[in-house]
Design a protein around this ligand. Structure first.
Ligand code: ADP
Length: 538
């Protein structure tokens, strides 16, 4: 509103044009959101499954990212549409809670909305649709429990866990070495897990990566890795039974805090000053050595002369270690970080069974691995790869495998993949739909049809005739009463996913259904979009 005056000086109020607001209502609004959500789902569809394609994302400043991970693709798409943003969040929720199945959940939500659109066109009210969906989703999640299998594993028998992690990695960039990568991921999780309490703290697993080398050089290190080397090439590179002195004070003579200058007028004084410095430094080294330390890890640097003295005194050192890394080392080794040189003492030393410097083939880079620490079972997965993009993508893939293994340790029930569980749930829901007398029956059936999107996409991405493959597998499931039959994406001549060892976790699949259904309900409930016009529009 604004107050203006006419030519006679009379005031009057101008109410701004309401038309400046963009407004979509009713069926138009539904159509517009469904279109937005479907567009996102269609982009993701081609990434689903073992033969899914990757996406290349190029940021505004030209940085390239290649990935197959649904959550990462969506996160980097920078969508503007509000409904599309809901789909992005949907994928993120799946990623946060389960860590895998981020593509599938979006494809499913898109397909549910596509089916809903047809029902809306038929004149069924959105609220009846989402009520029907709710019923169907409940049937599906109950049915998943009945077709699930439990896998048995123990610390000595981790093979079933490896097989499940392999399914998760089968669609990723690392799939050529997915056996090796799965072993690494599972061993990492098992070594930090408490199998009795079914508890895993993934924070104890550090994922580090360095470009250069090959993907198969990726390794599991039982300890902490820091991106630094021993300060002098002639110092020992392997220290057994390390007693570590952790310093945050500089390894050099102290400097007064206030500004000062020393005027030296003759050679003798200069020499005295040099000797004093040397003496001071020697005392520092002796003090550290007296505590029994055989390695110094320092947050600050020291100059070449100091480095040389450390070498002469047989005291290997590491310099410029970041504060966070230093804290991590202190926690793992049970050492105390010393901030003032006077406080150095034997009881503050950290201990580790083995500290070694490892080089990277031909490059100059080195890293320090601190293993066998008393206070932690922390492990590090050190990912190698030809370039940064591959390392980053491999890290994301391994993270998914870690999450899947953690989920299995928490709940050891699995269902079979390749779209088999979706087909089985679809059949169950269709059968139950006949008993529903109200109009919801349509929506319940639509949910069953929407589930077909997963096997259809899997077949299409694997170069199979999608509708034909789906109908064949569906007919086989009914005939053989076998819910394990799915799409044979890898052309192994069997549709039995148990035989192919294609597993998904039960909580992961259940969560996919629940989250997709929740978002669809939310989108269907919106029937009015009011976008405020910006100041300049008005
Ligand atoms: P998401 O990000 O949703 O996990 P993926 O690209 O990892 O997506 O694909 C997962 C889907 O692919 C699951 O439905 C799973 O059952 C299926 N899948 C994985 N490996 C195979 C396989 N070897 N044969 C058939 N289906 C598979």
């Amino acid at each position: 509103m604004s107050l203006v005056f006419d030519e006679y000086g009379n005031p009057f109020i101008v109410i701004r044009d309401q038309q400046a607001k963009e407004r979509l209502r009713g069926i138009e609004a539904h159509r517009s959101h469904i279109l937005a959500a479907k567009t996102i789902a269609n982009i993701m569809k081609s990434s689903l499954g073992p033969k899914g394609m990757d996406k290349m994302m190029v940021s505004q400043d030209g940085e390239v990212l290649v990935t197959n991970d649904g959550a990462t693709i969506l996160e980097n798409m920078q969508v503007d549409n509000q409904i599309a943003k809901l789909m992005v969040q949907l994928s993120k929720s799946q990623d946060d809670e389960i860590g895998d199945g981020t593509t599938g959940v979006v494809v499913l939500a898109g397909s549910l909305l596509e089916q809903a659109e047809q029902l809306i066109e038929k004149g069924i009210h959105p609220c009846r649709i989402y009520e029907g969906y709710e019923t169907a989703c409940k049937i599906a999640t109950e049915h998943l429990k009945t077709i699930s299998d439990s896998i048995e594993f123990s610390k000595d028998n981790i093979e079933p866990l490896i097989k499940t992690a392999m399914t998760c990695l089968g669609s990723k960039i690392v799939n050529r070495f997915h056996r090796q990568m799965s072993e690494i991921a599972v061993k990492a999780v098992v070594s930090v897990a408490d199998l009795e309490r079914k508890d895993v703290n993934l924070e104890n697993i550090k994922l580090e990566g360095k470009e250069g080398g090959k993907l198969e050089d990726t390794q599991l290190v039982k300890g902490i890795i820091i991106d630094k080397g021993i300060s002098h090439p002639q110092m020992p590179k392997t220290i057994k039974d390390a007693k570590i002195c952790l310093l945050t004070c500089p390894f050099e003579p102290p400097k007064p805090k206030t500004k000062n200058s020393i005027e030296i007028t003759n050679e003798k004084d200069f020499k005295v000053l040099g000797e004093l410095e040397q003496k001071y430094f020697k005392e520092m080294v002796e003090k550290v050595k007296a505590t029994g330390a055989n390695l110094v890890i320092c947050q600050w640097g020291f100059d070449d002369e100091a480095n040389h003295l450390l070498l002469q005194n047989n005291l290997p050192a590491v310099r410029w270690v970041g504060g966070l890394d230093l804290e991590k080392i202190a926690m793992a080794t049970g050492g105390r970080i010393v901030a003032r040189f006077e406080d150095v003492s034997a009881d503050k030393l950290g201990r580790a069974g083995l500290v070694r410097e490892v080089g990277f083939g031909t490059t100059q880079d080195r890293y320090l691995s601190i293993e066998d620490c008393p206070n932690t079972n922390a492990v590090t997965i050190f990912v190698r790869g030809g370039n940064k993009m591959i390392v980053e993508e491999a890290k994301r893939s391994i993270h998914d495998a870690l999450c899947v293994t953690r989920n299995l340790i928490r709940d050891n029930r699995v269902i079979y993949g390749g779209g088999s569980s979706e087909i089985s749930c679809g059949l169950k829901i269709s059968a139950m739909a006949d008993d529903i007398a109200s109009i919801e029956q349509y929506a319940v059936r639509a949910f069953a049809d929407a589930l077909d999107a997963i096997p259809l996409a899997l077949a299409e991405n694997s170069g199979l005739p999608s509708i034909e493959s789906l109908s064949t597998v569906k007919a086989m499931q009914i005939k053989e009463k076998n819910p394990r039959l799915g799409i044979d994406c890898n052309h192994r001549d069997t549709n039995d996913m148990k035989a192919q060892h294609v597993f998904d976790t039960l909580p992961g699949k259940t969560q996919q259904f629940l989250l997709a259904n929740q978002v669809v309900k939310m989108i269907l409930k919106i029937d009015d979009i009011i976008k405020m016009g910006s100041e300049s529009d008005e």
